[in-house]
Design a protein around this ligand. Structure first.
Ligand code: FAD
Ligand code: UDP
Length: 389
């Protein structure tokens, strides 16, 4: 083949970076990565701010997984700082663990009533069980129903309205199921076997992953300006491109939103640096009944940096994505209608030989980082096993 590259990867987030590395290293392919932002790492990108705090530019990222392959794969490129994420809800000034657990129950009801409720809940669902709020609300027992209403009102409904502009009943049930009521005193946000923060931060992971003689990364390079899918053929900079293309951006954008825009939520991040050692008691505080923002995260809990006179926090404000002003589509709004619209776009991508849609945006899914790493590794497995790259 006379062309300079065998494979083209659009996007240098987890989906693109893992695929690029695998195709370059395992497949010996020459890979070109195009990234529209001025940096690698996608939404996991982190950097030092003016106070020297390692901040997550696109919102708080905590790595957690039960998948040994994902953990071991990333461990090739980073060591880990042991970190167990703990979150509290600020409910009219009182702090209680989220996910709502047996400690939260005691804080809400006092020890005597909580003990009675705990017994009833464990008889009904089992000890250490996770029960979604929607499931708890279907229970007919008056006491459990009253508890479900309490949790719904104080933890879920206002936060979900802020985050999605819809109630818990209106959004995809898998979303609130991410934060179930937990019949346990384990107050960690995640119970996964592997959890942590990359020892030198996320950007360093991407630097190592993309540091391979077969990989070329071009930043500030938007595929919209360079890639054309024309009659089922790929053209790069106007020239036909023969080979594998992995696209990790928003799929509606790729096809000029020809069927209409896929709905997303975007976020505005307000960073603040305060001249104190610590701003709050936990890595993240969710504002479940008050404020316009959903949560405040304090980054030094993640990085473990010892900076006595400064700390940086971020407040997250969610709103509808309009596709204008450089907004970033952070969350797909999963629904049967939106999934059907997505399938129309996917069919256009599937019709192009050698073209693959991968990642949270390109697949229009609510994937965590580990899920993306696994999907990228599996796509690379399939390509290396079957396709003439
Ligand atoms: P992205 O990281 O979005 O990367 C896609 C890349 O493609 C971007 O760099 C983008 O600029 C680029 N791109 C798009 N279009 C084009 C184009 N036309 N041309 C060139 N480049 C293009 N997951 C966890 O596991 N734990 C967490 O704690 C966690 N917290 C999160 C918090 C927030 C606020 C958000 C939004 C997500 C969080 N996630 C978390 C999810 C995590 O961000 C994703 O799973 C992961 O970043 C997805 O990787 P990706 O490569 O699919 O997408
Ligand atoms: N949620 C809530 N209250 C909380 C935490 C979560 O209502 O205190 C709901 C809300 O709908 C949110 C979803 O659970 O969008 C998933 O929460 P998660 O923390 O997993 O969201 P992410 O970190 O992905 O933004």
């Amino acid at each position: 083949m006379s062309q300079k590259y065998d494979c083209l990867v659009i996007g240098a987030g987890f989906a693109g970076a893992v695929c690029a590395r695998e195709l370059a290293e395992r497949g010996g392919k020459r890979v070109l990565v195009l990234e529209r932002r001025g940096h690698i790492g996608g939404n996991a990108y982190d950097k030092l701010d003016e106070a020297g705090v390692l901040i997550h530019q696109y919102g708080p990222h905590i790595f957690h997984t039960n998948n040994a392959r994902a953990y071991e794969y990333l461990s090739r490129f980073t060591g880990w700082r042991d970190y167990q994420h703990r979150v509290v809800a600020n409910v009219r000034g009182a702090l209680m663990p989220v996910p709502f657990n047996l400690t939260s129950l005691e804080l809400a009801y006092g020890s005597e009533k909580a003990a009675r409720l705990e017994k009833k809940l464990i008889e009904t669902y089992g000890a250490e069980k996770k029960v979604t709020i929607l499931e708890l609300r279907r229970n007919d027992d008056p006491e459990i129903k009253a508890l479900a209403d309490y949790v719904y009102e104080n933890v879920f409904v206002h936060y979900t309205m802020k985050q999605w502009g819809q109630t818990p009943e209106e959004i995809d049930p898998n979303t609130t199921a991410r934060v179930p009521v937990f019949l346990s005193r384990d107050d960690r946000y995640f119970q996964d076997a592997y959890q942590g923060i990359p020892a030198l931060g996320y950007t360093a992971v991407f630097e190592h992953m993309l540091d391979h003689p077969n990989i070329t990364v071009e930043l500030d390079s938007d595929a919209a300006d360079r890639l054309c899918l024309d009659g089922g053929r790929v053209r790069l900079d106007g020239t036909p491109f023969e080979g594998t293309v992995i696209y990790t951006g928003a799929v509606d954008e790729l096809f000029g939103c020809c069927f209409g825009r896929l709905p997303y939520r975007t976020l505005d991040f307000r960073f603040e640096t305060h001249g104190v050692e610590w701003y709050q008691t936990h890595g993240t505080v969710n504002y479940t009944v008050s404020e316009d923002f959903t949560r405040i995260t304090e980054f030094k809990y993640f990085s473990g940096q010892e900076i006595p006179n400064a700390t940086t926090i971020v407040k997250e404000y969610s709103r509808a994505y309009t596709g204008k002003n450089g907004e970033i589509p952070y969350y797909a709004i999963i629904s049967p209608e939106n999934n059907a619209l997505y399938q129309q776009y996917k069919a256009l991508g599937d019709a192009v030989p050698g073209f693959h849609l991968l990642g949270r945006l390109a697949e229009y899914k609510y994937y965590n980082m580990d899920a993306i790493v696994v999907r990228a590794l599996e796509l690379a497995d399939r390509l290396l096993a079957t396709e003439t790259l």
